[in-house]
Design a protein around this ligand. Structure first.
Ligand SMILES: [Zn+2]
Length: 341
């Protein structure tokens, strides 16, 4: 779907014919219930089989969908109950990738880094079944979630391709086929997460080229989520990424990117992160209202989607629900002020 290139700025006296916008959503992951963490350990230890694990994953997914329905979100996510690490999950499923030995990340944290050890190819859908299941539970649209080609390669060891560019473009073709399978299954929103982009902005042209491969044939609205970056210096290149919507963390950086958008212009839609997912503290409704209003100085409401900064998996279920409740109340207030249905 092509982005509507509208240079619209809301002005106080202006009444738009269709009062729509400020749809609420979330980034992707939800906190996993304890029984699921236990089930995963039991599965690894051989105490339960795959069918039992899958049953519990689906139960947890249903709970995430029900919670979002109850809270009143507009665009739902399936919560990623079947996923652990966002790269390892796909590395386990894609041919020519496997999970390698332990490597150190930061401090004293170790993790199993995925390895690309052959020609990358796509044989069958990885995410479609779970997306379809989640979508079957609700009349609201459920976003489909993929990890982007740049992040897949950047957070893996490449033992096959001559250089990073070759690996990223080969991965882009694999992710493209997965995205097209979701598109064909009926996903109206496909999100391609590229958090690694913010750790290496010198590669942004390559990341953009790879994203172009993924999104070029899709009917769905395309979104990229990129987090924890100092986007300002890379802004001009970042906004060239070929997606309909940029989902960015704003609350954690005091909305400083809004100023850059105001100065330089912004032609896409924004997924406006209004909840800091790194703190236990629940935002106030006023804080979130202020954040949304800052964005409204730059974009019309129909191009603003309101969501948390990042996935909610680091919070407890109660914290996640409390934060989302505040977000929804803030959106309700702004909508009432603007006369949006
Ligand atoms: Zn994030």
């Amino acid at each position: 779907m092509t982005t509507t290139r509208l240079e619209m700025r809301p002005s106080p006296g202006l009444t738009t014919p269709t009062k729509r916008g400020l749809l609420t959503t979330s980034v992707g992951s939800f906190p996993k219930p304890e029984y699921l963490q236990k089930a995963r350990n039991d599965y690894t230890a051989g105490r339960i089989d795959k069918a039992e694990l899958d049953r519990l994953v689906r139960q947890a997914t249903k709970e995430v969908i029900d919670l979002q329905e109850e809270l009143g979100l507009d665009i739902l996510v399936h919560g990623e109950m079947e996923r652990g690490d966002m790269v390892a999950y796909f590395a386990e499923e894609f041919p020519s990738m496997h999970i390698g030995g332990l490597v150190r990340s930061y401090g004293n944290r170790y993790y199993h880094k995925p390895v690309i050890d052959g020609e990358l190819r796509w044989d069958e859908p990885v995410t479609v079944d779970m997306w379809r299941y989640a979508q079957s539970l609700t009349a609201k649209p459920v976003k489909a979630m993929l990890t982007g080609p740049y992040t897949m390669v950047e957070w893996s060891f490449d033992e096959h391709y001559p250089d990073r560019r070759a690996a990223v473009l080969a991965m882009a073709d694999v992710v493209r086929q997965e995205a097209e399978a979701l598109d064909k299954a009926g996903a109206r929103y496909i999100q391609v997460d590229e958090p690694a982009v913010s750790t290496r902005f010198e590669d942004i042209a390559l990341a953009n080229e790879a994203m172009g491969v993924v999104t070029k044939n899709l009917k769905a609205k395309t979104i990229t989520h990129i987090c924890y970056g100092d986007f300002a210096p890379a802004y001009d290149d970042l906004v060239k990424m070929p997606v309909d919507q940029f989902d960015l963390e704003m609350a954690n950086s005091d909305y400083d990117l809004i100023e850059v958008m105001k100065r330089k212009g912004f032609n896409a839609e924004i997924g406006l992160g209004v909840l800091d997912v790194h703190t236990h503290q629940v935002e106030t409704v006023e804080e979130v209202v202020n954040g949304i209003k800052m964005a409204l100085e730059v974009l019309p409401p129909e191009r603003i989607y309101v969501d948390p900064d990042c996935g909610l998996k680091t919070r407890t279920r109660d914290e996640a629900a409390a934060k989302l409740k505040v977000m929804i109340e803030a959106v309700r207030r702004v909508k009432a002020e603007l006369g949006i249905e």
